[in-house]
Every structure is written in C-alpha cells, then in structure tokens.
Design a protein around this ligand. Structure first.
Ligand SMILES: Cc1cc2nc3c(=O)[nH]c(=O)nc-3n(C[C@H](O)[C@H](O)[C@H](O)COP(=O)(O)O)c2cc1C
Length: 147
C-alpha cells in the first residue's frame, strides 16, 4: 500500500487544519497516511514514505517556522530519490505581499534538491482553508497520488 507522510508546523491552527484536510483527502484515495507535527518528527521522517507532504506557514517576513528549522537544515543531506513530494503553504498576502508563503517555496526547492519528484506545484493558501481551497487541495492530492 502506498504510504503518504505529512509533516506540518502550525502556530494558530491554520496549517494544522490544512494538514487534516490533506490527510482526509489522501485516505479517501485509499492511501495510508501518517501525519506528524514538526516538533514530534525525526529527521528521517520521510525515509519510508512514498509520498512526502509538507505544510508550513511563514513567519516574520519570510522566516521558516522555528519547529521546522532542524528539518530544513537536514533536508539537503537526505536522499529522497524515488519519492513524490508536494508542499502547501499558508500565509497572508495582504499583510506580507513580498513574503507570501516564502517558507513553502524554500521547502519546495529543498525537496527537489534532495532528489524527490514534485507531484504538484506549491499550493499557497490565504490563512485558513476555505471551500475553494479544499478543491485546490483535492487537485494537489490527486496529482501526488497519480504521479
Ligand atoms: C508576526 C507574523 C508574521 C508573519 N509573516 C508572514 C510572512 O512573512 N509571509 C506570509 O505569507 N505570512 C506571514 N504571516 C501570516 C501567517 O503565515 C498566516 O496567518 C498563517 O495562516 C499562520 O499559520 P498557522 O495558523 O498554522 O500558524 C505572519 C503572521 C504573523 C503573526
């Protein structure tokens, strides 16, 4: 069975909710899912995954969540070849137009460098996921599964 693993960081709950939506959508496609908050995940989290999903907010004008910093530093040293990945960002383009979801972009770049294959471009969500975002996430999930 295909295993998808989701790692997320969330301060006020928006990204956590996004990670829950992703989990439900993957399960609906008969994918086995393990979802973990960043602070509980080891750096080898994705080693046994077929599909790697990361959901992150952006903080402080383009900064990564503190909880994901170790994971970020370690990612270039991992071999994720043969795996499919996708990154989802939550951010605020009104307040931070020049830094909208840049943490998600950063992770997208690093996953590629670690040899994983992008299953879908980064999905950027304005704060919390609304119904229209759920449809975008559905497309995202379907693309990862079909890659
Ligand atoms: C102090 C602060 C700085 C932020 N900086 C950015 C930023 O640089 N870029 C961005 O897109 N969003 C930024 N945001 C918006 C958050 O990323 C957004 O509200 C996100 O939904 C929070 O996710 P969470 O609820 O999972 O913690 C910032 C929010 C706060 C409170």
């Amino acid at each position: 069975m295909t295993l998808a693993k989701i790692i997320y960081a969330s301060m006020t709950g928006n990204t956590e909710e996004i990670s829950e939506i992703l989990e439900e959508q993957l399960i609906q496609l008969d994918i086995e899912v393990e979802r973990s908050e960043a602070e509980d995940a080891e750096e080898d989290f994705f080693d046994n995954a077929d599909i790697c999903v990361l959901a992150t907010y952006t903080y402080d004008e383009g900064e990564l969540p503190f909880d994901l910093e170790d994971f970020y530093d370690d990612l270039p040293d991992r071999d994720l070849s043969g795996k499919i990945y996708g990154v989802v960002g939550s951010g605020d383009s009104d307040l931070y137009p020049d830094f909208f979801c840049v943490a998600a972009e950063e992770f997208d770049r690093l996953f590629s460098e670690a040899g994983a294959k992008r299953g879908h471009e980064v999905v950027k969500i304005e704060n919390d996921a609304e119904d229209k975002d759920k449809l975008r996430l559905e497309e995202f999930v379907a693309a990862l599964v079909n890659s």
